[in-house]
Write a new protein. Structure first.
Length: 532
């Protein structure tokens, strides 16, 4: 049985929610809120929702928002099977309009589009509002819509109104159908998570059985069933995902797991030492530590094109890993038949495309892609149902130190893509020090956990400065810090000027080779998080 089939079998024991994705930017947030309420859920693009509904057998369905208008020809609809099945349904924004339209109501193009903060007034009690919203009171919500429901489908009644959306919340309590015009999954709707929790527990009556403790026990059982007595190879990147996957697999099969950690010479300060100490010292997990900095740095010498740098690193990584795997196979205990990867749920969700066609490659991301086919190994991906925040909870559950679990994401090609242009060991050493000082200041300011990712970039530009009585001609260091939900879009972090001044002063004083520091205030899009 494949890994995916096994997981599916185990999942049959849980109460599940299906989220039909109509292409909203925040569909993943709906899923995270449902999971936070202790209920397992999956997302399916509307084009595949009928198959997903049949395969998952969910006990409730949520219809997401989306950019289309139900008034346009060929705009997406929910599969009829969902309405025929009798399961409770919650429609959000576009999902509300789809529900109204498919159930016999009417949607009209709104005269006043409504974006941003709004207030709704509750006009009727409902299980959806129980313990959260009271009749006759007003509450803040986040609206983002042009169309609005104009005529209710049969069986529905209005439960809340707003100035521009008189039909802000509607419900058919006999059929357990509810629909909201606002986005209850975003933090700008302060009571949104509680309303979603009411939908899954009070309206749909689902069990609160999705906990990381339960997941851990199920994952251990499923890893054992999948690999039997086989050996598993796991590439560690220094990041949270591969570390949590390795520790979980070790809890399941002990020494049948071998980890390989390739130090390509482009890691952050102290990173290699931390990984080795954690795995060998703390957990006693077999770890092959490959010191390959010379090989990588000599292949990268003189290379300035970002894509070429990424490709060289990716190729060398696969070759190095491959060679180590052969060595492991020759120890008399048999060749590993499985390759473990820290793939997460956002990597496996199929995103909705309205325009079709291939998307442009912005960057070739590198992890251990290409290895499984080349090495004829089966994949073990125990985290493929989890979101990043759930992986962190699982990491804590498995005893990983907090400093490791809470780490910012770090890209596979490492500091190579934070040193635009050519890379030299000297530049990497300067960057490493500046980055460590910057992160130290962020930690001291208590900001590490509110920032998605922060790092220093060493620009291939030299500038004139004056230090003491002398002229300097040194590099420029750019500081980057962003907030993000999933790395797909990001905003720059609005530090106080005094923080930036402090970080800049320390970097220039403590890191020889840098004489100017600048702060990057670009969001993504139009920028990307990394500079290459
Ligand atoms: P960008 O720069 O594309 O980055 O906005 C989005 C997120 O992905 C990380 N990143 C990578 N992660 N291999 C990885 O494992 C890569 O090649 C890679 N390139 C970018 C980046 O750090 C950010 O979190």
């Amino acid at each position: 049985m494949s890994d995916a089939d096994l997981h599916q079998e185990i999942m049959t024991r849980h109460d599940k929610v299906l989220i039909v994705d109509f292409g909203s930017q925040v569909t993943q947030l709906i899923a995270r809120r449902v999971r936070e309420a202790g209920v397992y859920c999956e997302i399916a693009p509307f084009q595949k929702a009928a198959e997903a509904f049949a395969a998952l057998a969910p006990k409730a369905v949520i219809l997401s928002g989306g950019p289309a208008s139900v008034l346009e020809d060929n705009s997406p609809r929910a599969p009829q099977a969902i309405f025929d099945s009798g399961v409770p349904i919650l429609g959000i924004c576009y999902g509300e309009q789809v529900m109204a339209e498919q159930l016999g109501g009417k949607v009209a193009a709104g005269e006043n589009r409504e974006f941003g903060r709004a207030e709704v007034e509750v006009i009727s009690d409902s299980p959806l509002f129980e313990g959260v919203w009271d009749k006759g009171k007003r509450y803040p919500v986040w609206m983002s819509h042009g169309d609005a429901v104009a005529e209710l489908p049969q069986g529905f009644q209005r439960l809340a109104t707003s100035e521009h959306a008189p039909i802000a919340v509607i419900g058919d309590e006999a059929r357990h159908y509810y629909a909201v015009q606002f986005h209850l999954e975003v933090v700008h709707t302060p009571d949104g998570a509680k309303l979603l929790s009411n939908f899954v527990h009070k309206v749909a009556g689902l069990k609160r059985d999705w906990t990381m403790g339960a997941f851990r026990a199920e994952a251990v059982a499923s890893i054992r069933a999948q690999v039997g007595k086989g050996r598993v190879l796991c590439g560690l990147s220094g990041g949270v995902d591969s570390a949590v996957a390795a520790v979980l697999i070790h809890a399941a099969i002990g020494d049948q797991l071998v980890c390989v950690f390739v130090d390509h010479g482009m890691l952050r300060q102290g990173e290699a030492e931390e990984v080795v100490a954690l795995f060998r010292g703390h957990y006693n997990i077999p770890l092959v530590h490959v010191e390959a900095a010379d090989v990588f740095l000599s292949a990268l010498a003189g290379v300035t094109d970002p894509e070429q740098k990424r490709k060289i690193i990716g190729r060398l990584f696969v070759e190095t890993f491959d060679r180590e795997a052969e060595k492991i196979a020759s120890d008399g205990r048999g060749a590993p038949a499985f390759l473990a990867q820290g793939t997460l749920y956002p990597d496996v969700i199929e995103s909705v495309s309205f325009h079709g066609g291939p998307s442009v490659t912005i960057k070739s991301h590198h992890n251990v892609g290409g290895l499984p086919e080349r090495m004829k190994m089966q994949l073990v991906e125990p985290l493929r149902e989890l979101f990043k925040d759930e992986v962190r909870v699982l990491g804590r559950e498995l005893g990983l130190p907090e400093a490791f679990v809470g780490r910012h994401p770090f890209p596979g090609p490492g500091l190579a893509i934070r040193c635009p242009g050519g890379i030299t060991p000297e530049k990497l050493a300067i960057l490493r020090k500046a980055d460590a000082v910057y992160l130290d200041e962020i930690r001291k300011a208590g900001l590490y956990d509110v920032i998605w990712q922060a790092f220093a970039v060493l620009l291939p530009v030299q500038t004139v400065g004056v230090m003491g009585d002398g002229r300097t001609y040194d590099f420029v260091c750019a500081l980057r810090a962003v907030t993000s939900i999933d790395g797909m879009t990001a905003d720059f972090y609005p530090f106080d000027m005094s923080f930036l001044g402090r970080a800049a002063t320390r970097i220039i004083n403590e890191v020889r080779g840098i004489n100017h520091v600048v702060y990057d205030v670009t969001s993504k899009p139009p920028g990307t998080i990394e500079w290459e």
